[in-house]
Design a protein around this ligand. Structure first.
Ligand SMILES: [Zn+2]
Length: 172
């Protein structure tokens, strides 16, 4: 496992770094998953227990299910989209730097449901540094999960996601 660079000290522009290269993903041997563009098949992001549903993380996934879900979550139309935040340049708060949805797709489909979401953020230890996961159920946002390092920054995290949904770029 590579040591993560301290904030702001990395020589590499963070938005150019493939998500999975940040963490130990050797066993997955897969290219980056959060590149923004739509994919025909969602690849398993690092940090998900293998064989378990990536939405509920409780039940076994259906083999070869497109989104790595269990039967119950697939039937309920639930899904999980992961994003990586980064401290906003020159100020407080965060900005989305990568995601399993493109900014355009996020805005088109999830801007209104995100604005309607009034729930709390829950902390999940399986999420990597600065990661945020949006869990959806059919047309609505069901929950937002954040990595332990983002705990206590609820307002900034939600603001970053709202800002991201206002972007119209095709890539982060
Ligand atoms: Zn499930």
């Amino acid at each position: 496992m590579r040591t993560l660079p301290r904030l702001g000290l990395s020589p590499i522009p963070m938005h150019c770094v493939a998500i999975t290269s940040w963490r130990s993903s050797a066993r997955l041997n897969e290219p980056a998953v959060m590149v923004g563009a739509a994919r025909h098949r969602v690849k398993r992001a690092a940090g998900y227990p293998r064989g378990m549903c990536r939405v509920c993380m409780k039940r076994p996934e259906i083999p070869d299910e497109r989104y790595g879900r269990c039967e119950q979550c697939a039937k309920a139309g639930r899904n999980a989209f992961r994003f990586r935040l980064f401290p906003a340049r020159g100020g407080a708060g965060f900005t989305v730097k990568a995601g399993e949805l493109s900014p355009h797709a996020l805005g088109q489909k999830w801007r209104a449901p995100l604005n309607a979401y009034k729930g709390h953020l829950t902390t999940k230890t399986n999420l990597g540094l600065h990661e945020l996961e949006m869990v959806t159920a059919k047309e609505r946002v069901e929950s937002l999960r954040i990595a332990p390092d983002l705990a206590g920054h609820d307002e900034e995290v939600v603001a970053a996601l709202h800002d991201a949904a206002e972007r119209t770029d095709s890539a982060w």
